[in-house]
Design a protein around this ligand. Structure first.
Ligand SMILES: Nc1ncnc2c1ncn2[C@@H]1O[C@H](COP(=O)(O)OP(=O)(O)O)[C@@H](O)[C@H]1O
Ligand SMILES: [Mg+2]
Length: 263
């Protein structure tokens, strides 16, 4: 078995919008090791969501291939858990029935289903809210439900598309700590996209920077911080330095696009 969970080779994606071609991604080569935590950052429109939807199997690449454990991705599957910014939860299902949702489609016993629901409710701090309906929850709690639901299927890879983008700063930091703890406990491979560089550096062992128009890899940076980091690391000089370096890259590659658009 290879060390790579995920492999993208020569991946490109074109869209057609009112007759014109939009090249959302071009020549993406990316290898992600099993059990690693990789963040992809880039300005809005740089192709982050497109990249995740290709890995999720929700759309097919125009060129190249996406492989998971050496097998080509041809559609969605329980080996990939996906969480979006909006925390899509089923409003008519209680918290625990939301968490159970993906499990109802898996060939596992009722006892195993109950065990997993209990475990992931606990892991995400939702046990006291297990009988609540989504409308009774805060935004952060709803995101916890979406995360617990994705994790309950025990996916090979957890795919996160700006999952904390709509949360206030304190809730966002709580969620960052939660996701790091879950990653440590479950050792699931995590691929997260965000436009928030601070978040990417805090969470990732590696940060991939996307340039825009067409979306392509501009830089791939190892974050040399301890794996058991807490929030105070955000004030450490090494953290501030790597954050600054990545922010400059994001800005440069975004400016390039803006300059060309107005030329
Ligand atoms: N379904 C689609 N049809 C046409 N263009 C799309 C579609 N999805 C994304 N795009 C275009 O592809 C580019 C990348 O979009 P996206 O992946 O959503 O970027 P990001 O998530 O980084 O903001 C943008 O120019 C966007 O307008
Ligand atoms: Mg997006």
């Amino acid at each position: 078995m290879s060390a790579e969970a995920l492999e993208l080779v020569g991946v490109g994606k074109d869209f057609r919008r009112r007759g014109t071609l939009v090249r959302a991604l071009e020549g993406i080569d990316l290898r992600i090791d099993r059990r690693s935590f990789v963040c992809v950052v880039g300005a809005s429109g740089s192709g982050k969501s497109t990249l995740l939807s290709l890995v999720a199997g929700l759309s097919r690449p125009t060129t190249g291939t996406v492989r998971l454990d050496g097998r080509p991705v041809t559609g969605p599957g329980p080996d990939r858990g996906l969480v979006f910014q909006s925390g899509a939860v089923y409003p008519w299902r209680t918290v625990e029935r939301n968490v159970a949702f993906g499990l109802e489609l898996l060939p596992i016993s009722r006892a195993e289903r109950a065990r997993r629901v209990g475990w992931y409710l606990d892991e995400t701090g939702l046990t006291p809210l297990r009988h609540a309906l989504p409308k009774q929850l805060s935004g952060g709690q709803r995101q916890r439900v979406a995360i617990a639901r994705a994790l309950a299927c025990e996916p090979e890879v957890l795919l996160l598309d700006e999952p904390f983008g709509a949360l206030d700063v304190q809730t966002k930091e709580d969620m960052q700590l939660l996701i790091r703890r879950i990653w440590r406990d479950t050792r699931t491979t995590v691929l997260m996209v965000t436009h928030d560089v601070e978040e990417a550096v805090f969470l990732g062992q590696r940060v991939v920077v996307l340039a825009s128009d067409p979306g392509r890899i501009a830089a791939d940076i190892d974050v040399d911080l301890p794996d058991d980091r807490d929030l105070t690391v955000k004030r450490a000089p090494e953290f501030i330095a790597v954050r600054g370096r990545i922010e400059d890259l994001v800005r440069t590659y975004h400016r390039g696009q803006v300059a060309r658009a107005s030329a």
